[in-house]
Design a protein around this ligand. Structure first.
Ligand SMILES: NC(=O)c1ccc[n+]([C@@H]2O[C@H](COP(=O)([O-])OP(=O)(O)OC[C@H]3O[C@@H](n4cnc5c(N)ncnc54)[C@H](O)[C@@H]3O)[C@@H](O)[C@H]2O)c1
Length: 410
């Protein structure tokens, strides 16, 4: 394919921006559109909008190839829609409003025979239930729909965009092949073609698989704590079995994917998705459980002043700046519910903007006067470096600091 195709990527967040940059730097004519004017201004000023390994270099390459950023929707062959898909807190079902709004806006400008690729994660049937009716309302029978869910992990996005296998769901094989060819401009891995509903389901199932397996590890942690066993040693040895691979336990699950997508299945199949619901509740219980564990460690170490206990890490995983749904934010909310009066001191080297009360911006300021640190995120800064915390008591919820007389685990 000699890439004259013009692609309009709609939504330039954690997923849309690297995707747009990747395509542009591989010879596709790309215009990136976002409804947020300040985000567009930042990109136009030559700056990326979040921290990610290799993103600045990719940005420079895409700018060199002529990528354009705008708040306007473009007239072009292919649209890639990468807008948020939260869930409704009560029903647990997908909130499709961002996708629907983006599709409506695109249809106002899309030329004859344009292809709309929904890249946002959606629950199975979302495109049938919410997107097709919007297309039908306009009387358009010429546009094509496809679904190409994204699997990349923050922290390794640039590599994974190129090397992860992908899925393309479409109504007919000709459209699927065209979309596949577009992604193959940069993706060196296998691209499976299927129908739209199967593509929707596989993405949600992948994240649900992860959530359930993390929940298993977290439940083992609770069992081992009650039974007086070291869960990490149990998992290490159990994983020597050739067909066992237990994941790492932790302080909870955050981010925009694993903590949200399984709810779509619970919301749509409430009678059937029992195991999935339980896994979600198990992982959601962890931040509060960590709080209880922190109080136990304080008692054991005779630490009576909770103002001398700080929290390291706000992001939902290591070496990213994304704080959405993070276990730390969940734990702080739990403290608020328990009427803990003073804001806890919190520090995260990846988070420069002020997110929570009590947040400080240097390690020095953070550690000053603290007797104990709850390590909620295993950023590279501290991984295998307990000495950075001096001789303070450490509750290492990520098992990244090694062993020591002052290091407590979940
Ligand atoms: N973040 C991840 O790690 C990840 C991984 C895989 C899949 N996903 C999925 O990708 C999708 C996008 O997630 P994200 O993390 O990039 O979200 P995000 O919030 O970082 O970015 C979404 C962007 O869309 C813009 N937007 C919203 N409505 C718009 C509209 N109508 N027109 C133009 N722009 C609009 C917003 O301003 C925002 O910049 C979600 O469905 C998510 O589940 C995310």
């Amino acid at each position: 394919m000699g890439f004259v195709v013009m692609v309009n990527v709609i939504g330039l967040g954690y997923i849309g921006l690297p995707t747009a940059l990747m395509m542009a730097s591989h010879g596709v004519a790309v215009v990136g559109t976002d409804c947020e004017p300040t985000l567009i201004e930042t990109l136009r000023a030559g700056r990326t909008t979040f921290k990610e390994e290799g993103l600045d270099e990719l940005f420079a390459a895409a700018v060199k190839e002529g990528i354009v950023f705008t708040t306007e929707y473009q007239v072009c062959d292919t649209y890639i829609i990468s807008v948020p898909t939260p869930y409704e807190k009560l029903s647990k079902q997908i909130d499709p409003s961002y996708v629907v709004a983006a599709v409506k806006s695109v249809l106002e400008v899309a030329p004859n025979a344009a292809t709309l690729v929904i890249e946002s994660t959606v629950s199975p049937n979302t495109i049938d239930r919410f997107v097709r009716p919007v297309v039908a309302e306009t009387g358009r029978t010429d546009v094509h729909l496809a679904h190409a869910p994204e699997r990349i992990i923050p922290g390794n996005m640039v590599y994974e965009l190129k090397h992860n296998n992908r899925t393309v769901g479409a109504d007919d094989s000709e459209v699927a092949e065209r979309v596949k060819e577009l992604y193959a401009s940069f993706c060196q891995a296998e691209i499976s073609i299927t129908d739209i509903r199967t593509a929707e389901m596989t993405k949600v199932v992948e994240n649900t698989f992860r959530d359930i397996n993390i929940a298993f590890a977290n439940e083992l942690t609770k069992i081992c704590r009650v039974g007086g066993m070291d869960v990490h040693e149990v998992i290490r040895i159990a994983n020597k079995h050739p067909r066992v691979n237990i994941l790492n336990p932790g302080p909870g699950v955050g981010g925009h994917c694993i903590s949200i997508d399984p709810w779509f299945l619970v919301g749509d199949y409430p009678e059937t998705a029992n195991f999935i619901r339980l896994a979600r509740h198990t992982n959601d219980s962890m931040p509060e459980w960590v709080l209880g564990r922190a109080f136990d460690v304080m008692r054991e170490c005779h630490i009576t002043d909770s103002n001398r206990v700080g929290i390291y890490g706000i992001t939902y995983k290591e070496d990213v700046d994304d704080v959405r749904e993070s276990p730390t934010l969940q734990m702080l909310a739990s403290m608020e519910r328990h009427l803990v009066a003073d804001p806890c001191r919190v520090y995260d080297p990846w988070v420069e903007r002020d997110i929570v009360p009590g947040q400080v911006h240097t390690m020095e300021e953070f550690l000053d006067g603290l007797e104990m640190v709850i390590v909620m995120v295993g950023h590279s800064q501290i991984k295998s470096h307990p000495e950075l915390f001096g001789n303070r008591v450490l509750l290492d919820t990520r098992n990244v600091l090694g062993d020591g007389p002052n290091i407590y685990k979940l």
